[in-house]
Design a protein around this ligand. Structure first.
Ligand code: ADP
Ligand code: ZN
Length: 219
């Protein structure tokens, strides 16, 4: 099974992917996490991509595609994968299509998360993430605060704010999303693969409900 998570930054792709990963027993791969880990490990890849993440721009297609395709060939993904954050341009989507075809695979569904823009900005500025690489639980200082300030409920790890979750970078990330990534919706819609669904506090429809609906949909 191959699932793609689509949606603007801050819609909850990672959270929904995490629930689906447990429910479906397949690994979730986040392109953003791969890049952030490379940056913190100070690898060659990390040095190359740092400036793009800092400004909220996309990492160039060729590099991103190379990194993700290499990851997709690893044995832990044999049963399936949830791709969180890739593809993010039409070119990446086309390349993924070719790659899967060459490997005798195809996309099962594209889950497109839809949230009003005002809610997204509010969500991102309040987002804090567990710094423990094996945990990475996401909290929201307003909606879903930790029991003890700054500390992860699950593992006791320190909560941090992503550098690009600062207000200055959020608008640039959103612009990048609407101009470069949103067109992929049409690409997948035409293939009959797109499942668009609201995820919003306003209508009390959050990650657990969305994930449940996706599991139903896949039955
Ligand atoms: P979000 O969806 O919240 O913006 P991600 O963790 O998915 O966060 O991505 C963080 C950053 O990593 C992006 O702003 C971009 O610089 C880079 N990135 C992640 N995935 C891709 C991709 N598929 N193509 C190009 N750049 C990417
Ligand atoms: Zn934790």
């Amino acid at each position: 099974m191959i699932l793609i998570m689509l949606g603007a930054p801050g819609t909850g792709k990672g959270t929904v992917a995490g629930i689906l990963s447990k429910e479906l027993g397949i690994v979730s791969v986040s392109s953003g996490d791969i890049f952030r880990k490379a940056i913190s490990d100070k690898t060659e890849l990390g040095k190359e991509v740092e400036k793009y993440l800092a400004s909220g721009a996309l990492v160039p297609d060729e590099l991103t595609i190379k990194v993700i395709e290499a990851r997709l060939l690893e044995p832990d993904l044999e049963k399936g994968v949830i791709l969180d954050g890739f593809p993010r341009t039409t070119h990446q989507a086309e390349e993924l299509e070719k790659f899967l075809k060459d490997n005798g695979k195809s996309i099962t569904k594209v889950i497109n998360l839809v949230t009003p823009k005002e809610e997204i900005v509010e969500r991102i500025v309040n987002r804090r993430i567990c710094s423990n690489q094996n945990c990475k639980t996401v909290f929201n200082m307003k909606l879903n605060p930790p029991k003890v300030e700054g500390i992860c409920d699950k593992c006791g790890g320190e909560l941090i704010q992503r550098k690009d979750d600062k207000e200055e970078v959020i608008n640039s990330r959103l612009d990048t999303y609407y101009t470069e990534t949103a067109p992929i919706e049409k690409f997948y819609e035409e293939k009959g693969l797109l499942y668009s669904t609201q995820i919003s506090e306003k209508i009390n429809r959050l990650a657990d409900k969305v994930a449940k609906d996706v599991v139903e949909l896949l039955k």
